[in-house]
Design a protein around this ligand. Structure first.
Ligand SMILES: NC(=O)c1ccc[n+]([C@@H]2O[C@H](COP(=O)([O-])OP(=O)(O)OC[C@H]3O[C@@H](n4cnc5c(N)ncnc54)[C@H](O)[C@@H]3O)[C@@H](O)[C@H]2O)c1
Length: 262
């Protein structure tokens, strides 16, 4: 067990899978009490159990990040279990590619709701809880290279991930008086279930023609020479959750192997 997050309680949305799950395990290894928040109740419970089996502290809550009441209740699950909550990770996200001309209002709204409105709601609700505790905490948001560069087949996702960057800046300004820092990180191509599904969906709209082709094409210009595994992102997430990042706020860290140089 490490000590970088000893005694801290961290809530992570979308933590039943992919990057969020990898973060949750590492944070628990570093001494944090972890709240797993996810739409998928069974997977969230299994994630908490696996952390406990590894010797860590975890609880889970089923919640949709677009539903304020459910997020408020999820925050209280952590407070009931651990007495307080110090850090909130707005990490849940999804993508449903459509070629630009075909994008529907439903596609736009559902992507914007989960990826952007979910960040607003999560940040507001954790800020209220932290204020009730007397102030002092951290919010960390998962953006993407898609927040920096548009894409022909995933425009709503790109717009939503740009919104995450903008919300990170606004929230940093709004919450500074409560001693809450707000930062984001922006991964590139990470081999998680999200990309497995994205690869299939891009094939189904004719944007690629063979399994694995879209991911291979997206990864071809990565300066580090390969797509990421979730483990490649964990150290940056830990830095943002730990006291080492206390003097940072309103920032976005690109952790993409060198895909987007801005
Ligand atoms: N995989 C990549 O290449 C990549 C790159 C950049 C950014 N991201 C972002 O990283 C984050 C994590 O993605 P991942 O690759 O680990 O994906 P993933 O699909 O493995 O995990 C996402 C989790 O979010 C949950 N979720 C989805 N909608 C939800 C909702 N409305 N409320 C609560 N939970 C919900 C899912 O059930 C799932 O457990 C997302 O925000 C994603 O957009 C991923």
């Amino acid at each position: 067990m490490g000590i970088r997050l000893e005694g801290k309680t961290i809530g992570i949305t979308g933590a039943a899978s992919g990057m969020g799950l990898a973060f949750a395990h590492r944070f628990a290894d570093e001494g944090a009490n972890v709240l797993i928040v996810d739409l998928d109740r069974g997977a969230a419970e299994a994630a908490a159990k696996s952390i406990i089996a590894a010797g860590g502290n975890a609880v889970s809550a089923q919640a949709n990040v677009t539903d304020r009441g459910q997020i408020r209740a999820a925050v209280q699950v952590a407070v009931a279990a651990f007495g307080r909550i110090d850090i909130w990770f707005n990490n849940a996200g999804l993508n449903r590619p459509m070629s630009f001309i075909d994008i529907t209002e439903e596609n736009w709204s559902s992507i914007m709701d989960v990826n952007a409105l979910g960040v607003l709601i999560g940040t507001q609700e954790i800020a209220k809880q932290i204020e009730a505790q007397g102030g002092g905490g951290k919010v960390i948001n998962t953006s993407s290279i898609s927040g920096r560069v548009g894409d022909a087949n995933t425009a709503p996702y790109c717009a939503a991930k740009s919104a995450v960057i903008s919300l990170t800046q606004s929230a940093a300004k709004a919450l500074a008086p409560k001693d809450i820092t707000v930062n984001a990180f922006a991964p590139g191509v990470v081999a998680t279930p999200l990309w497995t599904k994205l690869d299939e969906d891009l094939m189904s709209i004719g944007a690629s023609s063979a399994p694995g082709e879209a991911m291979k094409n997206f990864s071809s210009d990565i300066l580090r020479g390969r797509a990421a595994e979730a483990e490649d992102i964990v150290g940056t997430a830990l830095f943002l959750a730990s006291e080492d990042s206390n003097y940072m706020t309103g920032q976005v860290i690109m952790i993409d192997g060198g895909m987007v140089l801005v």
